[in-house]
Design a protein around this ligand. Structure first.
Ligand code: ATR
Length: 291
């Protein structure tokens, strides 16, 4: 559908943002569903801090349907919204904003998107299981929350900066008093003993991204049938995923979470069921073009 004077705007605010696969994925969904909207990437710099505030006020001023929010704005953006959905408030991060009649509501589609893709693509539910989450940044916060909400029995958070993992663990304990939640350094001596009875490990750090070093996890210590999940989607197969495949473990790639959170955002903006397969194909095609 060609943009016209009635086309609605949707977009993503981030810094950096030019690598985002969301425009390709969301525009393919609008096209397929015959929705007169266009999704663009907007570079909203981290500094000055006023840039984000101005960008958020433009959602109302320009009548956007809504936007996605990505690094580094997911936490900071909350103060500029009219409402925050309960789950996003608990996580402390927003990745989707919906503009309804000039009122902005923030949601976190990362958490639900993660659990939905884990179920559909790896056939795994964290209910009653032991999980390890690597990383303690914004992405880890949403995933750790999602895994606990889905009923995990034990969660170990491993991070290079131990203090950050301890803060996350303390925050999660307030919301989830029953499961065992511990913070450990990102060190094989700590990871090996917990790997033996963990059914899910999630790389929610930026290790393994194109151009970064790989996560070195003691995969050999995991039990048969364990799921190795990596939220990094570029490259499509990270070093961790490749090693897990060689070891015969179940893998869950980062593209799954990207597509599922995108589908949830699409549904929040349009009220229509998202065309998941179309979105996945568009994201995969864009990933190959960017590679
Ligand atoms: P996001 O919002 O995407 O999670 P972030 O808040 O910058 O981004 O978090 C990135 C995560 O990757 C952090 O857990 C970070 O560890 P630190 O808390 O110690 O910084 C982790 N990370 C990034 N580069 C890393 C590296 N080279 N080695 C180990 N961990 C790394």
């Amino acid at each position: 559908m060609k943009p016209s004077s009635s086309t609605k705007l949707v977009g993503i605010f981030g810094d950096p943002v030019s690598h985002s696969l969301s425009p390709a994925m969301q525009n393919a969904a609008f096209e397929y569903m015959g929705i007169d909207a266009v999704y663009l990437a907007f570079h909203v710099p981290a500094r000055p801090a006023s840039a984000l505030k101005t960008a958020v006020s433009s959602i109302k001023a320009l009548g956007f349907m809504g936007v996605n929010i990505t690094v580094p704005h997911k936490e900071k953006v909350i103060e500029f919204l009219d409402h925050v959905d309960n789950e996003a408030g608990d996580i402390g991060a927003v990745n989707t904003i919906v503009n309804k009649a000039g009122k902005l509501t923030g949601y976190n589609a990362d958490a639900r998107g993660y659990i939905e893709s884990l179920g559909q693509e790896a056939g795994f539910s964290p209910q009653g299981k032991n999980a390890v989450v690597i990383g303690a940044g914004g992405a880890s916060r949403a995933i750790a929350f999602a895994v606990l909400k889905a009923g995990a029995k034990r969660l170990v958070i491993a991070n290079r900066t131990l203090r950050r993992a301890q803060t996350l663990s303390r925050d999660l304990k307030k919301k989830f008093p029953k499961p065992e939640i511990t913070a450990v350094p990102l060190d094989k001596n700590f990871l090996r003993p917990v790997a033996g009875d963990s059914q899910l490990i999630v790389n929610a750090s930026s290790l393994g991204m194109a151009g970064k070093e790989e996560l070195d996890f003691p995969l050999y210590a995991l039990p048969e049938g364990a799921v190795v999940s990596d939220i990094v989607y570029k490259p499509f197969d990270t070093g961790l995923i490749k090693k897990a495949l060689v070891r015969g473990l179940v893998v869950h790639r980062g593209l799954g979470m990207l597509v599922h959170q995108g589908a949830l955002a699409f549904e929040l903006w349009t009220g229509e069921k998202a065309p998941l397969d179309i979105m996945r194909m568009a994201a995969l095609k864009a990933l190959k073009l960017h590679a």
